[in-house]
Write a protein that binds this ligand. Structure first.
Ligand SMILES: CC(C)=CCC/C(C)=C/CC/C(C)=C/COP(=O)(O)O
Length: 300
């Protein structure tokens, strides 16, 4: 008994896929669902077109005809329908592009595959039963050390206690930096909407609605931003400076170990936090360019 013909995704071609698929399914070229559905759906479409399996259901046959590139564009014949026009059928340009994905496309997909694989491997504290589950409480403590709330409240408290102009200036800019960070991270998370890794347990304390998304890591942006800020504006002994850098690095790593993030979320988070510091430095607030703010602190 011969096995049924299958398309590239391993689905049998004997049955009429069009009659069973939804409008967003690959057969309709809708590219529904995530994970690179676009190109594989095109491929499946070609395979269905070229299979000579008759379709018993008339609705199905009509659907297949109306969905075919021949019907849609009327620009090229089906191979074999007329021997006098036996030149190879020309694919529409976008289909040819999909069948020959660009180097950039392949590189990006490979990077994402490596990212997912590595993140899963490093997610050793994702649950109590994980291989490093006993370190999870420590990782969660680190998580709190990079959370937005303690940093915001701490900065506001120090501002209210500060009695020097220089101190107020630095703290005002730290507050501005933290708010800018929250805003940019929320904006990018809302735009990119990358889901957190499946092995993550969503048990973080005090999150915003966008925090169900993982790209970029807010803790990583804050770690890079705050550590660069501290290193540039506080006079610290070398061991303390090393400690600040270590804290930022371990906080970023802990996000992947806890299963909260993929490696690329954290890597981009570090980059974004580092860049945010440059923005804050460029727009540095002082009693000269933002006197209203400093008058406000003075009245406290
Ligand atoms: C003023 C204001 C809107 C404060 C909100 C502070 C807040 C709840 C920040 C969220 C911090 C958080 C849980 C970020 C998620 O970090 P990931 O590293 O998991 O992206």
């Amino acid at each position: 008994m011969s096995s049924p013909r299958r398309n590239i995704e391993g689905r049998p071609l004997g049955a009429c896929a069009a009659s069973t698929s939804s409008p967003g399914s690959p057969v309709h070229g809708g590219g529904g669902g995530g994970g690179g559905g676009g190109s594989s759906s095109r491929f499946e479409f070609q395979s269905l077109l070229n299979s000579r399996t008759p379709c018993a259901d008339p609705t199905c046959a009509r659907l297949r005809a109306s969905e075919s590139p021949v019907h849609r564009r009327g620009s090229f014949p089906l191979a074999g329908t007329n021997p006098s026009q036996a030149s190879p059928p020309l694919l529409p340009e976008e289909d040819r592009l999909d069948l020959n994905p660009s180097f950039l496309g392949i590189a990006l997909r490979s990077l994402l595959a490596i990212d997912l694989w590595l993140s899963k491997k490093l997610g050793v504290c994702a649950g109590e039963s994980s291989s490093w589950g006993s370190v999870r409480p420590l990782m969660k403590l680190l998580e709190i050390s990079g959370h937005g709330i303690p940093w915001l409240l701490g900065t506001l408290y120090c501002l209210s206690r500060s009695d020097s102009w220089a101190g107020r200036e630095v703290l005002t800019n730290l507050l501005f930096a933290l708010l800018l960070d929250l805003l940019l991270v929320a904006l990018i998370k809302g735009l990119v909407r990358r889901r957190r890794p499946t092995h993550n347990q969503m048990d973080m304390f005090f999150t915003l609605s966008v925090d169900k998304y993982s790209f970029p890591s807010g803790h990583a942006t804050r770690a890079a931003l705050v550590s660069r800020f501290i290193l540039n504006h506080l006079v610290l002994a070398i061991p303390l400076r090393v400690l600040v850098v270590l804290w930022a690095f371990i906080l970023g790593l802990s996000r992947v170990m806890l299963g909260r993030h993929n490696v690329t979320d954290v890597a981009f988070g570090f980059f974004l936090g580092y860049t945010q510091y440059s923005i804050v430095n460029y727009c540095w607030l002082s009693p000269y360019n933002a006197p209203f703010l400093f008058v406000l602190w003075n009245q406290q």
